[in-house]
Design a protein around this ligand. Structure first.
Ligand SMILES: Cc1cc2nc3c(=O)[nH]c(=O)nc-3n(C[C@H](O)[C@H](O)[C@H](O)COP(=O)(O)O)c2cc1C
Length: 374
């Protein structure tokens, strides 16, 4: 069970199947559920809750679930006191909706909810690179609304008769939003490090697409784009690739790998001219080389570093960590991916959510690397 936050009063961890009975008790308790509009409780069975929890836990590991619940524990007794959750992420707007409930009536009014909310928001902003967090409350739940406002939420809308409760009563709902200034790129880079310890959590397809898109847009000599990208999520293939990377087993926990493949800059597009410009003293010899020999040595492998870097930066924006891997058996990866003689795997990138917050390594001071000509 993943602990995502520890505060002075509470701890927040992912749900487990064993939590189903506690949640069923809370959700069926009219006193607890009154504030969210169910004064008779939900009337749900433990089997149904167990089934939902099983599904959520499975999805969390395989891909990205639509909804994730966490348990709030008393820091000292380690007993469950409440629940906190987030709903479907809006990756375009970088926001999500959250929900909070202290399920044990005896634990209400002790500031546990506030503590949990603050920690949970920090976690979400950091983990998923969010810009805003939303929540809602019944308009007559003034206590909750005041708490949210004190924590920096602003009311964005109040909708009358938004919802009809099980008793047939029409209820007004208040929608609130909390915003945090997005971090700048350099600020993020100041914290970046290679991540080799990945959380057991999939990455949403939309985020993967954004990461790949950042690579596709990379600059290249003559806009030749001498590359292909292999996206690897298949666990069996991942395992084989890790074996070719001299068994760097940490790669197995990555959510996915991208193999950056260099394709040859052809004669027609002036590939030979690029090499001549680089080695003018070898001009005659380069011109004379037969295409096959020339092709094999004219690997613009350095060029794939650019889409790779752009992918790493886009990943950072979404809180996704990565590590470059160039220590692998090139021919073996080439065979595994069924590539042609003109396509050479040049780097592998491993991506995943970091298990712990990133902390950058020491870098050389600017004065030792910068040569200025003002
Ligand atoms: C081109 C390149 C190849 C790398 N290959 C590997 C590798 O095979 N295995 C690995 O664990 N790390 C690899 N790394 C990660 C480096 O070890 C890491 O970037 C370096 O130690 C600096 O740490 P930082 O990224 O946390 O700042 C590679 C990095 C680069 C840029």
């Amino acid at each position: 069970m993943e602990i995502i936050a520890k505060g002075k009063k509470i701890v927040i961890r992912s749900i487990s199947i064993e939590d189903a009975s506690t949640f069923t008790k809370w959700w069926n308790d009219g006193v607890v559920m009154e504030s969210v509009g169910f004064p008779e409780g939900l009337g749900i069975t433990e089997d149904k809750v167990r089934e939902d929890f099983q599904k959520e836990i499975r999805e969390r590991e395989r891909g990205f679930p639509e909804h994730r619940r966490f348990v709030i524990l008393d820091r000292w007794t380690e007993q469950p006191v409440g629940e906190i959750s987030f709903g479907k992420m809006d990756y375009k707007k970088r926001s999500c909706r959250i929900g909070l409930k202290i399920g044990e009536p005896s634990e209400q009014g002790k500031g546990l909810g506030k503590d949990a909310l603050r920690l949970f928001m920090d976690y979400l902003y950091e983990r998923y690179g969010l810009w805003s967090i939303q929540l809602d409350a019944l308009a007559d739940n003034r206590r909750a609304i005041t708490l949210y406002q004190n924590m920096g939420f602003e009311i964005i809308e109040e909708i009358s008769d938004y919802w009809t409760d099980p008793e047939g009563k029409s209820r007004n709902v208040v929608f609130l939003e909390h915003r945090r200034e997005p971090e700048g790129l350099v600020e993020r880079l100041q914290k970046r490090c290679s991540v080799r310890d990945f959380a057991k959590e999939g990455i949403a397809e939309e985020v993967i697409e954004e990461i790949l898109e950042a690579g596709r847009l990379a600059p290249s000599g003559g806009n030749e784009q001498p590359w292909k990208f292999a996206l690897i999520k298949n666990r069996k293939l991942m395992k084989s690739i890790v074996e070719t990377a001299y068994n760097q087993v940490w790669m197995l926990d990555a959510a996915f790998l991208v193999v950056l493949i260099t394709t040859i800059v052809s004669d027609e597009r002036g590939g030979r001219d690029i090499q001549i410009a680089r080695y003018p003293d070898l001009e005659r010899r380069i011109e004379k080389m037969d295409l096959h020999f020339y092709g094999r040595i004219n690997q613009e492998e350095h060029q794939t570093k650019i889409p790779g870097t752009q992918m790493v930066l886009a990943a950072l924006e979404y809180g996704v960590g990565s590590t470059w891997v160039s220590y692998f058996k090139v021919e073996e990866v080439k065979n595994l991916l069924g590539l042609s003689a003109w396509e050479i795997p040049s780097e592998i990138l491993a991506f995943g959510y970091p298990q712990k917050p990133m902390k950058s390594k020491a870098k050389k001071p600017m004065e030792s690397i910068l040569i200025r000509f003002d």
